[in-house]
Design a protein around this ligand. Structure first.
Ligand code: PEP
Ligand code: MG
Length: 573
């Protein structure tokens, strides 16, 4: 038995057999390529060939340095393979002829070459196929980089162990028989972790080397609350966890009495408690938990794993259905925040090769670069706003100009709808996410432009603490109790209220039981949390005294100088 400690990303206990996802075991899916995109697909393949040539140059230089000229010649064989018409001519031909994606065309051709090699009697020549696969693997790695395809269909329910899972991979897990997952990389607020919570899949991330430590078929216990993975547990441990699992179910049931009750503190402070929504399937839970509204409808799921952006009508149907099901409760729809780790194969140039994606073309920056994306989404949202329960939210805002550009497009879309005599809510509120420190510090400047603010604490902390939210190595620095984080959130609340704006918080911090009292004390008007956390957070709010936390908060915020908090190692409640 071996106990591995990682980061609890999505609560729940699962006991099952491991399935290890090796990168090379990714199932290559056949995708139909529309005729107008065939050239681009061929270009993508040629780019992969170019990159592989560059890889080989680098390998050759290294071999020259370490092993000498004689061995470096071996690389020449790989270079010849890479120039072989069987690859460079036949793959594009196949893409063109069969209208398929480059990975699929390549893997089909590699399979047929392999079959031919297998028939060769001479062992030396037969084994040359490994050189071919080496080259093939390099090509595939370039093609699949950041757009890995659907995880291999599993035969039976299992616990997935992988090096890393991107949000686009995680979104697919629902269709697979995945009980839970454990990854080497990742942090608590990585988008994959958030999605795991939404999909109700227990997960532990940031385990460093779990994907190398486990083998297919090993028994695993995964505890998503404590962030533990137990390899080959003994019977007593299995029994203990089986009981703990039953107890968790019982605890969840005991929270059910919170349904329908207001989120109000013992001294009468009322907070609006909304639910986040990451996928349509979650709407059932949102309704079941009787959320007062949706505080953050993340629309990225509509854009991931597809080559063309969702058309207006498709989006309209989704927004309309959510607006209808939640009516009369409000729904805050966020314009799409792709980019960063939420990579899509939409063919958006510049967004796949960034060296610092979290600081790059993401959220509003990306859709303002490709305004048609924003225009289509805004139109679909406005069309669905007829019953007046929708609000708009803009992510990753840095400058006033960005908000003004959004408002200009919004007004053009409104005018278009008026001309078409399509009914919509003329007064739908517009809000901005506060998740970039400079915007948070200059909040007063934005007050004239928007109706409300929603603090995205996941990103705000990432940028404020210079700590990648997806990087387990620096997870210990990703601390909501850092005085800088508390001070800034407090300042945002005060400035927003000074200008008569309401302010929400919709990051994972809102679901952190230790934070509830402080957030209420700061005067946040609304908290929005994952649906499965809703009743738990409500229970915390209903059992706390706001005045008591106000005192504690002031104590923390006003302590300065040498006798105040050390920057790290700050006393946690
Ligand atoms: C946030 O950054 O806190 C947030 C809610 O947005 P996302 O997690 O989708 O980046
Ligand atoms: Mg964010």
């Amino acid at each position: 038995m071996l106990i591995l400690k990682g980061i609890g990303a999505s609560p729940g206990i699962v006991i099952g057999k491991a399935f290890v996802l090796k990168d090379e075991e990714i199932l290559i899916q056949r995708r139909e390529i529309v005729p107008e995109k065939l050239e681009r697909e061929i270009h993508r393949f040629r780019e992969a060939v170019e990159k592989t040539h560059r890889d080989l140059d680098a390998v050759e230089a290294k071999v020259l340095r370490t092993l000498g000229k004689q061995h470096a010649r071996l690389i020449e064989a790989h270079r010849l393979i890479l120039q072989d018409p069987l690859l460079v001519k036949d793959v594009p031909k196949r893409i063109q002829k069969e209208h398929v994606n480059a990975e699929f065309a390549l893997s089909e051709i590699l399979d047929s070459i392999n079959e031919a090699f297998e028939k060769i009697e001479d062992e030396f020549f037969r084994e040359r196929r490994h050189d071919l696969f080496d080259v093939g693997k390099r090509l595939l790695a370039h093609l699949l980089r950041r757009q890995r395809q659907k995880i291999a269909s599993l035969k039976e329910p299992c616990v997935l162990a992988a090096h890393n899972l991107l949000p686009s991979d995680t979104l697919n897990l629902r269709e697979e028989k995945v009980l839970g997952f454990a990854t080497d990389l990742g942090g608590k607020t990585s988008h994959s972790s958030i999605l795991a919570q939404s999909l109700d899949i227990p997960a532990v991330v940031g385990l460093s080397d779990i994907s190398r430590r486990v083998a297919n078929g090993d028994t695993l216990i995964l505890d998503g609350q404590e962030g533990l993975v137990i390899l080959e547990p003994d019977p007593q441990t299995i029994e203990r966890y089986t009981k703990a699992k039953q107890q968790m179910v019982a605890e969840l049931r005991s929270l059910e009495e919170m349904r329908g009750l207001p989120a109000i503190t013992t001294d009468g402070r009322r907070v609006t408690l909304f639910s986040n929504l990451d996928t349509l399937e979650e709407l059932k839970t949102v309704k079941l938990q009787k959320a007062e509204g949706i505080g953050l409808f993340r629309t990225e799921f509509l854009y991931l794993n597809r080559e063309t952006p969702p058309p207006e009508e498709e989006q309209y149907q989704v927004y309309q259905a959510v607006a209808e099901k939640m009516f009369p409760s409000p729904v805050i729809i966020r314009s799409v925040d792709i980019g960063g780790d939420r990579i899509t194969p939409l063919g958006i140039t510049g967004h796949e090769q960034e060296s610092n994606p979290a600081l790059g073309l993401r959220g509003i920056r990306l859709v303002l670069r490709y305004p048609q994306l924003l225009r289509t989404q805004l139109k679909a949202i406005l069309r669905a706003s007829e019953r007046k329960n929708l609000k708009l939210l803009i992510p990753m805002v840095t400058t006033l100009e960005e908000i003004q550009a959004v408002k200009k497009i919004l007004e053009e879309v409104r005018q278009e709808l008026r001309n078409l005599k399509i009914a919509f809510d003329e007064n739908a509120e517009l809000g901005m996410m506060v998740e970039i420190p400079s915007a948070a510090m200059a909040l007063d400047l934005f007050c004239a432009e928007v109706d409300f603010f929603s603090i995205g604490s996941n990103d705000l902390m990432q940028y404020l603490l210079a700590t990648d939210r997806t990087n387990e190595s620096v997870a210990h620095l990703y601390d909501p109790f850092h005085p800088g984080v508390l001070r800034l959130i407090d300042q945002v609340c005060r400035v927003a209220h000074l200008y008569g704006k309401w302010v929400a918080l919709c990051g994972e911090m809102a679901a952190d039981a230790r934070m509830a009292g402080y957030l209420v004390a700061m005067g946040l008007d609304q908290l929005s949390v994952a649906p499965r956390m809703l009743l738990k957070v409500k229970q915390s709010i209903r059992s706390l005294d706001a005045a008591e936390f106000e005192k504690k908060l002031q104590d923390i915020l006003q302590r300065t100088g040498p006798n105040g908090p050390q920057v790290h190692g700050f006393p946690h409640p």
